[in-house]
Design a protein around this ligand. Structure first.
Ligand code: FEO
Length: 398
């Protein structure tokens, strides 16, 4: 358990999880591990903000009890009830069952539904305050849908620290504690992957919350997310980055995603990519075989791209499984402001491109071309048609 000073009488007690490779069950890849960050304020009042994931509950409570007499904790703040932050509550509350837990009404509901315990919940709303002594206060800010309905932020006056729950975090294990102490490119790549795969569908809520925070006009010296490293050098940089990501973010990139059986659709993908590059050499084209690439990395690439082309061979009158799964994921992540088109090779009936095209429309993409099909192995004429298809797709952004 990592125990470090954040500022004055505020410290972080975190489990740096170097081993983690999948999160949300097996749903989300975490190539760089993660951390679960809890925070302790020791002013006239002793306050714990959040806990760590259940597998580390005993380790956490042992470390916390070495740091502070548990019976001296005046109250706990639960910014969010997901198990990676609330998972140590059962172990902790065995020791201090009556300690008040401050949280939103939906957080109380979710905690009761998960742990079936009648803990001493105290619900709060935006603007509610609690004194921690020495002239400092905690101010609660509901942050519903960032990324759960129960989420809230907690702001500590005097030290000007924003405890932001999942927002502004990264699945990124580091012993360095601070964003300014790590390899920025590696860390921000993980922050972007985290945003694209977890926070992305709630972009409008992100924009609304950031505007609310700006209107409050309170000084923020440090932002403490519950995962990854903390922000202290120009901490608002990550808020500004979130505002950019939330606003139909796109780079000059096009992703050509495909699922193939005997390489016919792969050959189409490569020729489409070639056509894009010939028409606009400034576009960074990515050719991605869905069977060989990590799903969440692909979704991050979709998030970064201004457009995607999704291809699949046809089997049993349908698209292949990886393409169907990708369609399901991109619909759920509610990408907006992106163009798309579909393609695929076929032997007999060739339904996949049309189904993909309909699926892309349904997922909120602007489909800018009729689906392209090639029968069996694309010959030179079919390859030329693919290059033209790619070129026309590139020109759709002109
Ligand atoms: Fe990191 Fe939504 O929990």
């Amino acid at each position: 358990m990592k125990d470090v000073k954040v500022k004055n009488n505020v410290s972080m007690l975190a489990k740096i999880d170097w081993e983690l490779r999948h999160f949300h069950g097996e749903e989300l890849s975490t190539h760089k591990g993660s951390s679960y960050n809890a925070f302790l304020i020791q002013e006239e009042k002793t306050v714990l903000i959040d806990t760590v994931w259940k597998p580390f509950a005993k380790e956490f409570v042992d470390a916390l009890s070495r740091k502070v007499d548990l019976s001296k904790i005046d109250f706990i703040v639960a910014n969010h009830s997901e198990v990676d932050h609330s998972g140590s509550f059962p172990e902790l509350m065995r020791h201090i069952p009556d300690t008040p837990i401050y949280c939103t009404a939906s957080c109380e509901r979710f905690m009761r539904a998960q742990y079936h315990q009648n803990w001493n919940f105290k619900t709060v709303r935006t603007g509610d305050k609690l004194s921690v002594g020495n002239g400092k206060e905690l101010v609660f800010i509901e942050a519903s849908m960032l990324h759960w309905p129960d989420t809230m932020f907690t702001y500590l006056t005097g030290d000007n620290i924003l405890f932001s729950s999942d927002a502004f975090g990264q699945h990124f294990a580091s012993e360095m504690v601070w964003a300014d102490k790590v390899d920025y490119n590696v860390m921000i790549t993980e922050a972007l992957k985290y945003y694209a795969n977890i926070v992305g569908p709630f972009g409008p809520f992100v924009i609304k919350k950031i505007k609310e925070m700006q209107a409050l006009n309170v000084p923020i010296d440090i932002i403490c997310p519950d995962h990854g490293v903390l922000w202290r050098e120009n901490p608002l940089q990550i808020v500004e980055t979130y505002a950019k990501w939330a606003d139909q973010y796109k780079e000059n990139r096009i992703a050509v995603l495909y699922s193939t059986m005997w390489n016919g659709t792969r050959i189409m993908a490569e020729n489409i990519a070639k056509g894009i590059q010939e028409a606009d050499p400034t576009v960074d084209v990515q050719i991605i075989n869905l069977a060989h690439n990590d799903k969440n990395d692909v979704l991050t690439e979709v998030f970064r791209s201004k457009g995607i082309l999704l291809g699949s061979a046809t089997a049993n009158n349908n698209m292949l499984g990886e393409a169907a799964a990708m369609l399901c994921e991109i619909k759920a992540l509610k990408f907006r402001g992106k163009k798309a088109a579909a393609f695929g090779s076929y032997g007999w009936s060739g339904e996949a491109p049309k189904l993909l095209s309909e699926g892309l429309k349904d997922a909120g993409f602007e489909v800018v071309a009729d689906p392209l099909r090639a029968s069996w192995q694309p010959d030179e004429a079919a390859c030329a048609q693919c290059r033209e298809f790619g070129a026309n797709f590139a020109k759709a952004f002109a």
